[in-house]
Design a protein. Structure first.
Lengths: 986, 482
């Protein structure tokens, strides 16, 4: 029945309001006038003067006016279709917020997702949970873009041909029956780390049915050294959690604990809580960092020592010696007593070491030494010993039970099993092992050749791959199953500290993807689940108090289960177990030299391990340290670059010779662009991983048996694949004389590669743009910033004969950034991009200097010795200062006065606003902005067909400007100086 | 007095040191002037004209293609970036506007100052002004991101009640340039009327007769005609004179009212005006030196004219050099380190050679040759200096604009500007448009103001008695220019 909406009847009492006198009098004539659409006579066209002719004349004009022949003046038509049934809670124009979490290999981040009309559009941290406290990182912010990635996997693929879910279900059913009879023998799983308790539960159930199954967790950037050392020294299934807020002095050995991608948001916040100084009584922690390359943590260091990554063991040994001398701790003694001192050449800066050691010893129980997770087991053990000696265990370093059953298998044992033909059916859930597994996992039984994962995959009869992209691993699998995004599926996960979080879908899978737990459920032979049943079952096992439904709702609503509490425990260091292990694994590599430098492989701040390769926001995110976009490069120190005769952008060839018992030396090579990075250790080369990940098209590649070449063809890749150098024995650093490495060499190739760097000038040129002082000086004079050299440069300090208008508007806006705690992590850059839908522009446009980021993080190198960048000087042992720069909303804004069309004006509430529709693009505002934060769309970046490759073959310029992105997420390439494109010749 | 029966090609001047050198050499009379100058328009175009026009028109067409490409594809086809939001576009704009200054200065200011020598050059200088302003007007129009919305710059009453921002110098530019162009067109056209009537009277075809007749506005050369004409001309000259000074001052406000180091300076208005006259005279000579040779007008555009213009170039060039020096002094004297750095960067920064070659050599040093009479009298030297000044003035604007933008307050935002082919060809295209229009002008309109030049010859004296035996009217169409 149709209901006609009526205004509520007018009340008979009280005041009356009327719109006109006619309404007040309410005569019948007035009522009729209201009813009529046209005034009397107009509709009837009575009278002699209305001939057919004059009617047509009149209508002709109306038709012309209505837009006949004026189509050019019309805007494109769009239809608004309302919901046929109103969705619960949905109010048009209002956002809905849901709690969820993003699973990560180091522990999930609790989130709040903003949805509009059933579509998630923005992610923020869950302020209720301490693992986020409302904060997120770059990867969280960018992950929303992956959900809408047009090139994500959208179909089931069987042997290179599009298949469907029904066929896959039938296949799984058959498979299940076959393996039931064999009790799971030959069945193997290679999974990524998600910390999902539900997945663990299903795995346990699967192991009940298939006792023979092999379960392997592989994360290229998750070190096994640390968990192994922890397990051994403190007993199994535990994790050491640093309590940075309690530490007065912190020493980080190759540990980038402030990188949210590697560490956790909790540690960043805990660290920064000791850096917020707003009054004289406030104190600060002190951070010592020893590392080979500038990391986010190194940039925050008070004292930083450049040290090759391979020399960290020697440094840790020397430090342990100093601390042992001061503390006479028996545990530490037990760890290092049996170790042979490394060669004298490798001993680091003694003064620096002594000062750091003294500082640590002076704060027993309030100091902390952290070792990077990639450092070998022995370094971890020495560091535990040091922390034990410094009485930090239980104070700044606590222990948490981690409810996860560690896997007995690693990718190495799986590789051995595959090589020996013991694996008949492999499930690869997530990851991209063909791309990122260590090279040379096992030697072929017949030929003795080292086998990569891609070779091993060909030895498995049947592989099912659950993947987010149809990547090179999928290309070598019989089945490819599209994976659901974490915003599309039910799930659960744990934070880095082991707290239990819920994951709820914001939207149905856009392309029918499956989640891991759905796939495992199918393999268990259970019916397909439509809702949260699988997770609910796991949640039930945690024994939530009270009514289950209420507890479940609470769990979803809050995003975490507060009844699942993980308690901090005081760790007990088992020195007697650590000592012999340390002795066995002690093999300090020789110091790298210019002729044989060390190669250090690290995760990228933008690509992580390569999983975000197709994420344009992250590809275009300037690296927090190097400001490089769209590529990785081998980072080298200025001194080493001079020795090699290399400049930024030169291609170098890195060659590694590996010992092999049966075949003689094995050579691995990588051609990569060099990037000169001040503050890098000499004779050391850092290669960020995660670039040049291929997303081959299935039509172009054989699903199995075909060769998947990984020769670096520069033209078709974004960045360089560092995994090509990575072996299981040397996952972090490669140095001649190290684990099975005969020699390492670097050679300049004489060719260049264009790198798009957003900030070329790193010298602050002596300007007072960043002002620093020691805590003592601040306590003595909290107004020091106004008395720094450079202040007199500011124009407003000069006497002016012009009377400036008073800046006393009732509302004025300012945004302050505490440079004391800003790590330069760049999460705000991506968050701003996500919030404001800022387009990416592609590598070529970044090279042109047209990146659109509204926030940029300025990075300056500071050095005690002045240097002139224009003359080619490099700072020696520089420090880094980060200075986020964005619109300052000037009260007396220079951009506003010069805009000729009043497109940028001051709003009534004191903001500097911009009316895009009024802007004609004179760029005068940008020119007159002293902070140079105005951005201009040099092209219609948002309307460019991203992913379209060839538009007009003849007009390559057209292509240059209209399609700077390919489906790979790899950019176009600018040849040195010239704006030419090198394009893959398909 | 020579009393040869026919007009000789060359007449030996008797050496009279104290006498004024005549503005028209060889005692050319009215009829010679009319015949020679009209002949350029009336005779068939010489072959070199066709060759030149083909080249310039092709270049102009390609330039227009570049503009179309730029408008349809985006401003990004130019090499602009953050921080350099203006580069060749506004450089070209200021360059052309500057060139457009000489014409009106010659016509208006020199007219008011009763400088008779202006009569030989004012017409083509004015035409050059118009064409330069046309080229200049292209750039502020197309440099914006949304050209189709550029009318927002104009104060058009509209239902949103949004007006242009009258505080913005770009709006002042719109008013200044459009006013200048309008007045210049009127001034030029008014001056053309008597000559158009001459051409009408000499026209042999109906079309020419009709068109020249139409534009001559019924000129009959009557006393009343002349009285109205001269009054109008005087008024327009008076109106144009302040515009000569105002236009480039307003253009300089684009920079002077901003806050950037090297832009924000009060010296800019006079500095820009001097530079504009400097560059404008150089361009007048650049065009007239070949034209006078090609059309054998050496008797009308004499070494004396070139000499005088060279002196003005020397004068304004020295103004400019003084302004450059003063900028450095003020930067130092201000004590502002950003300002000091910007000027240091101008000389030793990434664009150092623009300053050394463009500003120092071309603009400051090369005009100093004009202290020497020999240099002023040698057309090759004059031409060389003029080409230096043309290039130097372009470089100067580039240094001011890009030099100010590419390295300002925050070193993190520093960048460089590298032009693309579209940048380069758009500029070359405007050179093509300019030269094409000028070539068309000398083909279809008298390039020398006949009626005015005649006032500078002895025949203009009411008491002048024509030497006997000289043919008073040269036969139409017989005399060819080559």
């Amino acid at each position: 029945m149709k209901r006609i909406l009526q205004h509520p009847p007018e009340s008979l009492t009280g005041k009356r309001y009327w719109r006109s006198l006619g309404e007040l009098s309410d005569t019948p004539e007035f009522r009729e006038w209201l009813e009529r659409e046209f005034p009397t006579g107009a509709a009837e066209l009575k009278g002699d003067e209305w001939s057919r002719r004059s009617f047509l004349k009149l209508m002709g004009a109306s038709m012309a006016l209505a837009g006949f022949g004026l189509n050019g003046c019309r805007r494109p038509e769009a239809h608004l279709v309302p919901f046929t049934k109103n969705v619960e809670w949905t109010i048009p124009g209002k956002f809905l917020y849901y709690a969820t979490a993003m699973p990560r290999r180091t522990g999930a981040i609790p989130l709040i997702a903003t949805t509009v009309d059933g579509r998630p559009i923005k992610l923020e941290g869950n302020p209720l949970h301490p693992a986020s406290g409302g904060a997120t990182d770059t990867f969280v912010q960018a992950s929303i873009l992956d959900l809408y990635d047009p090139s994500r996997s959208q179909r089931f693929v069987h042997k290179g041909k599009t298949s469907d879910r029904a066929a896959f279900n039938a296949y799984i059913g058959k498979l299940r029956n076959a393996f039931l009879t064999q009790r799971g023998d030959g069945l193997a799983f290679l999974v990524a780390e998600t910390h999902s308790p539900t997945r663990e539960r299903l795995r346990t159930e699967l192991e009940k049915i298939f006792p023979g199954l092999r379960w392997v967790v592989y994360e290229p950037l998750l070190s096994e050294a640390q968990s192994f050392a922890t397990e051994l020294s403190f007993g199994g299934n535990v994790r050491l959690v640093p309590k940075l807020e309690r530490a007065d002095v912190i020493l980080a050995l190759d540990s980038d604990f402030l990188d949210c991608g590697q560490g956790s948001l909790t540690s960043v916040r805990a660290f920064s809580s000791r850096r917020r100084v707003s009054a004289a009584k406030d104190s600060m922690n002190r951070l010592y960092v020893v590392e080979n390359r500038f990391t986010i943590t190194g940039a925050m260091a008070d004292h930083r020592l450049r040290c090759p990554a391979s020399q960290i063991p020697a440094f840790a040994y020397a430090l342990a010696g100093k601390i042992l001398a001061a503390t006479k701790d028996a545990n530490l003694g037990a760890v290092i007593a049996t170790l042979k001192a490394p060669a004298a050449a490798a001993t680091p800066d003694d003064q620096w070491l002594s000062e750091a050691a003294n500082d640590l010893v002076a704060k027993p129980g309030a100091s902390l030494v952290l070792a990077g997770p990639d450092q070998p087991v022995v370094v971890q053990l020495i560091v535990y010993g040091i922390n034990s000696a410094l009485k930090n265990l239980g104070q700044t370093l606590v222990l948490r039970e981690f409810p996860r059953r560690p896997s007995q298998n690693s990718i190495l044992t799986l590789a051995r099993d595959i090589n020996e033909g013991r694996v008949k059916q492999l499930f690869i859930l997530g990851g991209d092992p063909v791309y990122n597994a260590q090279r040379g996992l096992v030697e072929d039984r017949a030929t003795g050749q080292p086998l990569d994962w891609s070779d091993l995959q060909k030895k498995v009869p049947e592989i099912v791959r659950l993947g987010y992209h149809e990547d090179s691993t999928s290309a070598l699998s019989q089945w490819h199953v599209p994976a659901a995004h974490y915003l599309e599926a039910w799930g659960d996960t744990l934070t880095a500290d082991g707290e239990y979080l819920s994951i709820q879908p914001m939207i149905l899978p856009l392309f029918g993807g499956l989640s891991e737990i759905e796939l495992l459920n199918a393999l268990l032979g259970r019916p397909k689940t439509e809702g949260p049943e699988l997770v609910q079952e796991t949640f039930r096992a945690t024994n939530p108090p009270g009514d289950f439904q209420a507890a479940w709702s609470r769990f979803l609503h809050d995003g975490f289960a507060s009844h699942v509490q993980v308690q901090d425990q005081s760790p007990l260091f088992n020195a007697s177990a650590a000592g012999p292990l340390a002795k066995n694994s002690w093999a300090p590599p020789p110091a790298p030299a210019a002729e044989s430098p060390e190669i250090v492989l690290v995760g990228s701040y933008a690509m992580d391990d390569g999983r975000y390769a197709n994420n344009g926001w992250l590809q275009e995110l300037p690296d927090p340290i190097t400001k490089l976009t769209w590529d990785n490069a081998s980072l080298i120190s200025p001194g080493f670059a001079k020795k090699l005769g290399v400049q930024t952008g030169d291609l170098v060839q890195i060659a590694i010779t590996q010992k092999s018992a049966r075949l003689g030396p094995i050579k691995r090579e990588l051609v990569i662009a060099a990037l000169v990075s001040p503050g890098h250790a000499d004779n050391s080369i850092t290669i960020p991983l995660g670039y040049a990940r291929k997303m081959p098209e299935f039509s172009a590649l054989p699903y199995a048996g075909g060769a998947l070449k990984e020769e670096p063809k520069i033209a078709e890749q974004g960045g360089f694949n560092g995994y090509l150098l990575r072996t299981a024995a040397n996952p972090h650093f490669i140095v001649a004389g190290g684990q099975g490495i005969e020699s390492v060499s670097v050679r300049k190739l004489g060719r260049t590669y264009p790198l798009s760097i957003t900030q070329e000038h790193f010298s602050i040129e002596g300007r007072g743009l960043v002002r620093e002082a020691t805590l003592e000086r601040y306590r003595a004079d909290n107004d020091f910033a106004k008395k720094m050299p450079g202040e007199e440069d500011l124009p407003h300090r000069l006497p002016s004969i012009y009377v400036h208008p008073p800046l006393d508007a009732p509302q004025q806006w300012g945004m302050s950034v505490d440079l004391n705690v800003c790590t330069g992590c760049s999460a705000c850059v991506i968050a701003c991009q996500a919030e404001n839908n800022i387009p990416i522009v592609g590598k070529l446009q970044v090279a042109h200097g047209r990146a659109m980021h509204w926030i940029r993080i300025d990075r300056y190198y500071a050095s005690r010795k002045p240097f002139n960048q224009d003359r080619g000087d490099w700072p020696e042992d520089p420090e880094i200062v980060h200075e986020p720069m964005m619109c300052q909303h000037c009260e007396n804004a220079p951009c506003e006065t010069v805009c000729p069309v009043n497109a940028t004006v001051h709003s009534e509430d004191g903001l500097n606003v911009m009316a895009y529709n009024r802007c004609i693009g004179t760029r005068y505002c940008a020119n007159n902005c002293p902070f140079k934060v105005r951005r201009f769309n040099y092209f219609d970046y948002n309307q460019r067909p991203v992913g379209k490759k060839k538009i007009a073959g003849a007009l390559s310029i057209y292509e240059e400007y209209f399609a700077p992105l390919t489906t790979k997420g790899a950019p176009d390439i600018r040849r040195d100086g010239e704006m030419h494109l090198l394009r893959a010749t398909d | 007095m020579d009393a040869a029966p026919t007009a000789p090609e060359m007449i030996e001047e008797t050496e009279r040191p104290l006498a004024r050198v005549p503005l028209v050499l060889n005692k050319r009379n009215f009829s010679w002037l009319t015949g020679r100058i009209s002949g350029v328009v009336e005779n068939p175009a010489p072959r070199w004209w066709w060759v030149a026009f083909t080249i310039t028109a092709s270049v102009a067409t390609f330039g227009l293609f570049c503009l179309g490409y730029q408008i349809s594809t985006g401003v990004g086809t130019w090499g602009l970036n953050h921080p350099v939001g203006w580069a060749w576009d506004i450089t070209n704009f200021v360059f052309w506007i500057g060139i457009g200054h000489a014409g009106t200065l010659i016509s208006a200011i020199l007219f008011l100052l009763r400088q008779k020598w202006r009569t030989s050059i004012n017409r083509s200088a004015e035409a050059m002004t118009l064409f330069a302003v046309i080229c200049a007007a292209i750039f502020p129009g197309v440099h914006v991101g949304r050209v189709w919305m550029a009318w927002y710059l104009a104060p058009v009453p509209n239902n949103w009640a949004i007006w242009p921002n009258f505080r913005s110098p770009l709006v002042w530019d719109v008013f200044a340039v459009s006013t200048y162009f309008t007045v210049s067109v009127l001034f030029w056209y008014t001056g053309l009327i008597p000559d158009l009537a001459t051409l009408r009277d000499r026209a042999t075809t109906k079309i020419r007769k009709f068109l020249f007749g139409l534009f001559a506005c019924g000129w009959r050369g009557s006393n009343r005609n002349w009285r109205h004409y001269e009054l109008a001309y005087l008024l327009l000259a008076g109106l144009s004179t302040p515009l000569v000074l105002s236009v480039h001052s307003v253009v300089s406000f684009d920079f002077a009212t901003s806050i950037l180091p090297t832009w924000h300076t009060t010296i800019f208005p006079p500095y820009f005006v001097a530079g504009a006259i400097f560059g404008g005279f150089a361009m007048v000579l650049t065009l007239l030196i070949p034209a006078r040779a090609m059309f054998k007008l050496q008797d009308v555009i004499t070494p004396q004219h070139i000499d005088k213009m060279a002196k003005i170039i020397l004068l304004t060039g020295s103004f400019v050099a003084y302004a450059y020096t003063m900028e450095f002094f003020l930067a130092w004297y201000s004590g502002n380190s950003y300002e000091r750095f910007a000027f240091w960067n101008r000389v030793f920064g990434p664009y150092w050679w623009y300053w050394w070659v463009g500003m120092l050599f071309c603009n400051c040093l090369s005009p100093q040759l004009f202290w020497f009479r020999w240099c002023r009298r040698n057309v090759y030297v004059v031409y060389f200096v003029c080409m230096c000044v043309n290039a130097g003035m372009w470089f100067e604007r580039f240094i001011i604009i890009v030099g100010g933008l590419h390295r300002d307050f925050l070193p993190s935002a520093w960048g460089l500007f590298i032009p693309t082919w579209v940048d380069i060809w758009t500029y070359i295209g405007t050179l093509g448009i300019f030269t094409s229009l000028f070539l068309l002008f000398i083909r279809f309109l008298p390039m020398i103001a006949m009626s005015e030049v005649k006032t500078a010859v002895p025949e203009a004296d009411p008491h002048y008695a024509a030497p006997t035996g000289i043919q008073s009217v040269s036969p139409v169409g017989k005399e060819r220019t080559r």
